[in-house]
Design a protein around this ligand. Structure first.
Ligand code: C5P
Length: 245
């Protein structure tokens, strides 16, 4: 495995959006040997829970626990303490919870790390505007005026002020985030669609190559891999496209 391949595969986060551990494990088996990040979201975590996350860690994967916490600071601090103790490499909270909630997430993780020898501080990122949210929905339903980009950058600045390490956003917004928060502030970008793939419920989408060119640190890909007849080839093709870009 050459260095470019390993590096790019590590920037691909495969979303294990499955209803049970068996189906998720089956995909993991099909992807065996590809050093990608694995993302466990609410569908899988609510059913397969901490044991499944630990099994991925035992196999040597980096794990992003996409549980998007959004609650009062004390509760988020507790949640963050619990998920950090699982040994996840990354997890997230909603920036809409505000600065003190995001600081509480950091506090909870730091407390867990201080209590547990060998535990490494996870990367904590904030969800800005979901990649399924269009400007019309944000303006008319969520009640936030202005452009998506302005809202995303506003949330990114709050996340940075709270001491978080990055944000989830569309790769369309990466340039604006990086100029506001610096190039080391991590951008995790769902809404990735290889050309020809269906959009599903996503609205703000780019191809893997476009996302890399725009500077996304991590690309989150679900259905283009999980719904493919040949998930391994789909993942390999995405990594190849990322390398070419
Ligand atoms: O199947 P698809 O590639 O659209 O999956 C995208 C994944 O990224 C899903 O697991 C979804 O929950 C997640 N996600 C997202 N938008 C965000 C945050 C996470 O689509 N803002």
């Amino acid at each position: 495995m050459n260095a470019d391949y390993k590096k790019m595969a590590g920037r691909l986060m495969v979303a294990l959006d499955y209803p049970d551990a068996e189906q998720a494990s089956e995909l993991v088996r099909k992807l065996e040997g590809i050093p990608c990040y694995l993302k466990v979201g609410m569908q899988l975590f609510y059913t397969a829970g901490p044991d499944f996350v630990k099994s991925l860690k035992d196999k040597g994967y980096s794990v992003f626990l996409d549980v998007k916490m959004h609650d009062i600071p004390n509760t988020v601090k507790g949640g963050s303490h619990s998920v950090t103790r699982l040994g996840v490499d990354m997890f997230n909270v909603h920036a809409a919870g505000g600065v003190s909630m995001m600081q509480a997430a950091k506090d909870g993780a730091e407390t867990a790390v201080a209590e547990t020898p060998g535990l490494v501080m996870p990367t904590i990122i904030a969800v800005t505007q979901l990649t399924s949210t269009s400007q019309a929905v944000m303006n008319n339903e969520i009640g936030i005026d202005g452009s998506i980009e302005a809202s995303v950058v506003h949330y990114a600045k709050l996340a940075k002020a709270a001491g978080l390490h990055g944000v989830v956003a569309s790769s369309l917004e990466v340039e604006a985030i990086s100029s506001a928060c610096g190039p080391d502030f991590k951008t995790v970008t769902p809404g990735i669609r290889p050309s020809g793939a269906g959009m599903g419920d996503q609205t703000r989408v780019l191809t893997p190559g476009q996302a890399i060119l725009r500077g996304s640190h991590y690309l989150v890909v679900g259905r283009p891999i999980t719904a493919s007849k040949d998930p391994r080839t789909a993942a390999e093709q995405i990594i190849e496209e990322m390398i070419r870009a």
